[in-house]
Design a protein around this ligand. Structure first.
Ligand SMILES: [Zn+2]
Ligand SMILES: [Zn+2]
Length: 219
């Protein structure tokens, strides 16, 4: 499942390549003047595909610290990327906290991943033509973020929300009430394309539908 989104920002030159990692998480390669990767996956096939699409990555932004989203980080660092993550998820990555990053779930141990850029809510990352707004969306983990690209109205939602559900809140750092508040923040954005951390891409309508499904109706 990979395609080029032609309806993207300014001049239509920016390309977003969704890459489905065999572990089930999605990575997104944003190729503009600079190359940005959203999450790195956990499988060598994903690294191979990234290498086919680009010779280097300028910035790798992790949506959160779970193993299936970060395990390839050091390989991406090896092709020039700086690593960015929310400050609250950077610390378990830096101390290789296997429990918090869920490495055991994959029968693996996590390497120590030093984070070059520690993000917080409302940070704006500007790399040449690409502008990314960081939205802190705790609930799945304490330091989960969503990344909004206003030019194309794209939202990279990590494991906060998918087209068919919300992220699990039963792992370390999870909290359902925080997740609800986080999704309410996302509802304030104009989103044309939703790029979640698992499953197919969707639209802003999916955020509304999933919110109503999980939080809108009180039983
Ligand atoms: Zn996760
Ligand atoms: Zn995930």
């Amino acid at each position: 499942m990979e395609y080029i989104n032609k309806n993207n920002a300014a001049g239509g030159k920016k390309m977003i390549y969704p890459i489905m990692d065999p572990y089930g998480s999605n990575c997104y390669l944003i190729i503009d003047k600079k190359v940005i990767l959203v999450d790195s996956g956990a499988n060598s096939g994903t690294i191979k595909r990234i290498n086919e699409l680009t010779t280097h990555v300028d910035l790798l932004i992790n949506t959160h610290c779970h193993y299936d989203h970060i395990a390839n980080d050091l390989s991406i660092k090896g092709i020039g990327a700086k690593i960015a993550a929310h400050v609250l998820d950077a610390s378990p990555m830096e101390r290789a906290d296997d429990l918090y990053v869920n490495a055991g779930l994959f029968g693996a141990a996590c390497p120590k991943i030093m984070v070059d850029q520690k993000l917080k809510d409302r940070d704006v990352i500007e790399l040449e033509k690409t502008k990314l707004q960081i939205i802190h969306t705790p609930g799945h983990t304490k330091g989960s973020i969503c990344i909004y690209e206003p030019g194309s109205r794209s939202l990279f939602s990590g494991d906060t929300i998918f087209t068919d559900g919300i992220g699990r809140t039963d792992f370390a750092g999870g909290n359902l009430n925080e997740l609800k508040n986080s999704v309410e923040e996302l509802l304030k954005l104009r989103v044309d394309t939703l790029y979640p951390g698992h499953g197919p891409s969707g639209t802003g309508e999916d955020i509304k539908r999933v919110y109503n499904l999980f939080f809108g109706v009180k039983i």
